[in-house]
Design a binder for this molecule. Sequence first.
Ligand SMILES: Cc1cc2nc3c(=O)[nH]c(=O)nc-3n(C[C@H](O)[C@H](O)[C@H](O)COP(=O)(O)OP(=O)(O)OC[C@H]3O[C@@H](n4cnc5c(N)ncnc54)[C@H](O)[C@@H]3O)c2cc1C
Length: 449
Amino acid sequence: MPSPRFRDTGRYVRRPATAKILRPGNLADLMRYLDPESRAATPIRIRGAGTASTDCNTNDSGTIVDMTALDRIGTIDTHRLTVTVQAGVRLGTLVEALAPHGLELAANYDQPERTVGGAIASPCMAPGIGDRSSFLSSEAISIRLVTPDGRLMKVSQQQKHLLNALRLSYGMLGAIYEVTLRVCLISTFSASHRSIDLDTFADVVDRLATRDVGLKFYLLPHKDRVYLDLRRYEASPGNAHRVPWKLKDWGESTVLPHVFKSLNRIVPIPSVRYRLMDRLSTATHDLVNSRFVTNGTNVMASGRRRREPRDLLHSTWCFPACDFAVVVKAYREFCRKTLAESGYRTDLPAVGFGVAQDTAAMMSPSFDEPMVALNVVSTQRKGWEDFVIDLDQFAEHWGGVPLFSHSRALRAEYARDLYSNRLAFFRKIRSQLDPHGRLLNPFLSQCFE
Ligand SMILES: Cc1cc2nc3c(=O)[nH]c(=O)nc-3n(C[C@H](O)[C@H](O)[C@H](O)COP(=O)(O)OP(=O)(O)OC[C@H]3O[C@@H](n4cnc5c(N)ncnc54)[C@H](O)[C@@H]3O)c2cc1C
């Protein structure tokens, strides 16, 4: 019998959630809420902005600790190139606070709404340019957390293994309260944009994903089109201007999702609607990913904070970069077959990027080799839950690496096999810090108990 899925699909009705939500305003509150004496109902789940697409950040019953009120930015050290922040600080707010000091985060992470805590405890990935890491978590050099029994604990680079376990720990080792992050001097990169067909993309993608270039792409499988965004640090990249980046962010993240949501309501005939959507996507990408956007910085390329992070449906899998040429062609076939058989397709372009090999986190999805992340995005709710189950089967077949926060409908057995030894080691640390499984919800316990 197949193992149950991690999340309800559209085929089942969920019971209404009864979890109590606590929102600590300071360290003492946080320690009190986690202290077993406080008798907060278990399981306890820690939540940042809540943008993950699996149940890693939520509970139907028990308690949810919402970290967003812990939002103070502490010391910005321009000499050591570090910043110390509380876990509830939003990524976009941090980017804006660093910029006047001539500093930026190591990469250009999407979703500025997410919190620093969420971005350290779960994969927050972006195309890493040159030797810069793809994961924000790898920049965390010191973490203060409240353990599952309510104690304050500091973990720094001296405790290498524990720090590696805490990065991408999905809130299972405790609530991250404060982080010290490495930051970089603002540097200008050159960005080149190209529109190519999918077969041409397949011919070059493995070379691009393993070179010094920051690879990002937008994939329209039904149009057979890929929009490439390649970034490099160069000795004299020239001037960078903010307006083109604002236009790009507005086109990709605001115009398309909002227009598509309306089209889903007002154009009832799918074939007409999809044709219109694909035309709009190509027109928008032709405009915003053109020669207009040439040079930039991670500050300029960071989108503005949006109010509705849950507006978009998304599911992400990583695939070994060396196989992606084959995977991307198979993905095109998968999308076409799914549309023909079920009538469902995603409306927005999938977003992909190169993820450098990274061993700084025990649960890193690119621990063994460079990966390409494929983030499938849609505004189409009806049929999505069944689509992500098919996507899971597709990803498993092609050796995809699931992310416990992003890969919706992932199968626990598959994830356990794939992360095998590292997962076993992580489990040992988890069972020492949280022997009674206070922070484990049913979703996570399938893999981590
Ligand atoms: C439209 C869309 C596009 C996206 N695109 C990308 C993308 O391009 N790249 C990418 O990497 N991600 C992407 N994401 C995924 C998402 O933004 C990340 O999963 C994000 O890192 C989660 O941050 P959060 O604050 O929302 O955390 P949450 O979703 O609230 O929590 C995520 C996990 O972290 C744990 N956690 C949160 N805060 C703490 C804390 N203080 N201490 C301990 N544990 C904690 C939670 O328990 C949970 O397990 C996208 C999401 C959306 C909605």
